[in-house]
Design a protein around this ligand. Structure first.
Ligand code: AMP
Ligand code: AMP
Length: 355
């Protein structure tokens, strides 16, 4: 597969490279970054979201589609190849398309690692091989003996997640949530039942540069979810009113970490990159994110990895404290991606960044 993609890249005019992405998730971040680095930009978006990309003016060209899966259309791909497009994949590529092997366009990053991300078993293997501490996983609902969170595969943005404390509690909540139509029965069967870690949630967005051979911490965020509103209501009223926490992502806040904790964070980023080179050649390229909770002892427990740009990096435009300290200029994930592509072109090493 990679050979075919590199063949496509070979036919590109390197002086006329455009950067493209699907209009959603972190497209504004990606397109602004590409423009800041002097690239022409293309946004492939659905008509209903077109207003966003028109309004901010970061796309030199907008190509309208009716559904995200239209990106798999051969004619559209041909049109994009003629424009020398390098596509930047983000969460919607996982959540709404999935069939990455049908995208015959150069993608920035490593699409094989994106498949490791989607598969919870593989994801766990990757993180455990990197020596990271993860929440305990329960194979069957019958084994639940503590507070757990029930999650689904793919980038569903927390939709339909629920908490349970026992097997009975699991089944009654699962039934209720299927009845509401938020998730389907087969989602529950494939769900991951994870120990719920009580603590402070922090998401770390790194960039691994194959050209500079270094791991950079670009932005740190936490999420804003409906569950955050529950704390405004006293516990007895929550019980009386039958309120339940929901985790559908609404937004993100920037975070600055207690500095002494950065040592374990940076080591975690490096070991994840090291293992990535063993599991999926050529290993990590570009953005990735570790989602962690710090417990009462400030221990870092990692519950998820994303092998691409995450939307939490949007808090870091035009810079985060970390990207500014590192670069001494405005630097954010979209721009960092474009900078690497620019350096790849200049140094004749673009193919190392593409899969
Ligand atoms: P959207 O274009 O908003 O539908 O998002 C595309 C996919 O990315 C969906 O699966 C969302 O749940 C996920 N997503 C969007 N924004 C965020 C965010 N800030 N944090 C985590 N996931 C997100
Ligand atoms: P995710 O889809 O894995 O990014 O998780 C979405 C939401 O669930 C976030 O608010 C996380 O903080 C929360 N969450 C996921 N897994 C855990 C866990 N094992 N312990 C505590 N919170 C979690």
């Amino acid at each position: 597969m990679r050979d075919k993609i590199l063949k496509i890249l070979e036919n590109y005019d390197y002086d006329e490279i455009s950067i493209g992405t699907l209009g959603s998730h972190s497209a504004l971040n990606i397109l602004r970054g590409a423009k800041d680095e002097g690239f022409r930009t293309i946004c492939v978006c659905r008509s209903r979201e077109k207003i966003i990309y028109e309004s901010f003016g970061v796309a030199d060209e907008i190509i309208e589609i009716s559904d995200y899966s239209d990106l798999l259309d051969q004619r559209l791909q041909q049109k994009l190849r003629e424009k020398n497009v390098i596509m930047i994949p983000h969460g919607s590529f996982n959540a709404y398309i999935g069939r990455l092997d049908e995208i015959m366009l150069p993608l920035f990053g490593n699409r094989e690692l994106m498949l490791w991300e989607i598969d919870r078993e593989k994801q766990r293997e990757w993180l455990e091989r990197a020596g990271l501490k993860m929440p305990k996983r329960f194979e069957r609902p019958e084994d639940i003996d503590r507070l757990v969170i029930v999650k689904y595969p793919g980038a569903m943005g927390g939709k339909g997640y629920f908490l349970a404390t026992s097997p009975e509690d699991f089944y009654s909540k699962a039934r209720r949530i299927i009845e509401t139509g938020v998730i389907r029965e087969e989602d529950i069967v494939k769900a991951e039942i994870q120990e719920y870690i009580v603590g402070a949630n922090v998401y770390f967005s790194f960039f691994y540069s194959p050209l500079l051979d270094r791991v950079e911490l670009i932005a740190v965020d936490r999420r804003y979810e409906p569950v955050d509103g529950l704390g405004r209501i006293p516990a007895d009223v929550q019980i009386e009113a039958g309120l339940y926490p929901t985790y559908t992502i609404i937004g993100n806040f920037p975070v600055v970490l207690r500095e002494s904790l950065l040592a374990k964070v940076l080591k975690a980023g490096e070991s994840v990159v090291k293992v990535s080179k063993e599991i999926a050649y050529p290993g990590m390229v570009g953005p990735f994110c570790l989602e962690a909770v710090f417990d009462d002892d400030a221990e870092m427990i990692v519950f998820e990895i994303s092998a691409r740009i995450v939307a939490g990096t949007n808090v870091g435009i035009p810079n985060s404290p970390y990207s500014y300290i590192l670069w001494g200029e405005n630097m954010y994930m979209g721009r960092r991606i474009a900078r690497e592509i620019r350096m790849g072109i200049e140094r004749g090493r673009l193919e190392e960044l593409i899969y």
